[in-house]
Design a protein around this ligand. Structure first.
Ligand code: DAH
Length: 341
């Protein structure tokens, strides 16, 4: 019996030395200590011994069991430790490595210039309002005093959806929608997309952007118009910028003006950007026509107002010295990334 135990002992110790992983260790443990394991078999075999030898043999088996169990536990602990260490080594973070820079999105140049514009008008008391891109003839033409035979109504210039419904060709419809609901004092700007059947080239696009402005109150004069728009031009283009008001015509304003700023590229001397004139046109404006006030239920004898329509695309291309309006609509990231702040 003693020899058998000795034999088993050295055999198990030898196998333990050769183990390569925990699975093998578990298998060996079952093979030796399990219910049908070698050690258990030996214990059973004790029945064949003479009774006086049994206690002694029992002791020997037990002490071997205790010894082997301790050995198994020790090796298992060592294996787990090794596993943990190698996992830790694999997962080590080198916190001195430089971080990965993630690309952040940025505002489209049209939107960042629009934000600048809003930041100029808001402190002057203007609210920002929205208007529909699909409009009726009434709001785009009729109520804005545009006569039936006016060339702006031409199908060649306007995208009609039905006889009466169209894609707005100007944000000026916002004036009517506002005055129908608000009574003076009124101070709003209304930015948005507009549509015209234009061929695409460096300065034209069938979709472009305008910002409409409207002020209405008692005693509003051309001086207010000039003051507000000059202030806007100086804040947008810098205080050294010259501003010029040219007489013009729009059906919904009387008198009407177009407003130019001195060319930022050449300082007014004349260059490619301003086509040699030294000036860049940025908006149309005027005193709201009495007919337009009346249509909205505002008495032109009591109230007056001025309105303006700014070309946001032109504002953006001149502000950022962009040579071709198409760049604003192509969404080429190499272009857009230059403006992300
Ligand atoms: N709606 C005009 C256009 O599309 C621009 C404009 C001119 C708007 C004069 C106005 C204005 O409000 O008073 O060309």
């Amino acid at each position: 019996m003693k020899e058998k135990l000795e034999q088993l002992r050295s055999q198990v110790l030898e196998s333990l030395d050769k183990l390569s992983d925990k699975k093998e260790l578990d298998e060996l443990r079952v093979r030796v200590m399990g219910k049908k394991g070698q050690l258990t078999e030996l214990l059973r075999g004790m029945g064949a011994l003479p009774p006086e030898e049994r206690p002694k043999a029992g002791q020997l088996v037990n002490s071997l069991r205790v010894e082997l169990e301790a050995k198994f536990d020790e090796i298992e602990a060592r294996m787990e430790e090794q596993l943990k260490n190698s996992r830790l080594a694999e997962e080590t973070l080198d916190i001195t490595m430089p971080g990965k820079r993630r690309k952040l999105g940025g505002l489209h140049p049209l939107n960042s210039v629009l934000e600048e514009l809003i930041d100029i008008f808001r402190p002057m008391g203007f609210d920002v309002v929205d208007g529909p891109e699909i409009e009726t003839e009434y709001y785009i033409f009729e109520a804005l005093n545009v006569p039936k035979d006016h060339p702006a109504r031409d199908e060649q210039d306007t995208f009609y959806l039905t006889d009466d419904i169209l894609l707005r060709t100007q944000t000026s419809a916002a004036q009517i929608r506002v005055m129908e609901h608000l009574k003076p004092p009124i101070r709003i700007i209304s930015p948005g997309r507009v549509y015209r059947a234009d061929e695409v080239d460096a300065t034209h696009s069938p979709v472009f952007h305008q910002v409409e402005g409207l002020v209405g109150d008692k005693g509003i004069t051309m001086c207010d118009l000039k003051g507000v728009l000059e202030q806007f031009a100086h804040e947008m283009y810098g205080p050294e910028t010259k501003v010029r008001f040219r007489p013009s015509f729009f059906p919904f304003t009387e008198p009407s003006v177009e407003v130019d700023v001195s060319c930022g590229e050449c300082g007014g001397k004349g260059c490619r950007v301003c086509k040699g004139s030294g000036w860049i046109e940025i908006l149309g404006a005027g005193m709201v026509h009495p007919n337009v006030l009346s249509v909205c239920g505002i008495d032109p004898e009591e109230y007056s107002g001025f309105a303006f329509g700014i070309g946001l695309d032109r504002l953006t291309t001149t502000r950022h010295k962009i040579s071709d309006i198409r760049l604003l609509f192509e969404n080429d990231r190499r272009f857009l990334e230059q403006f992300s702040r």
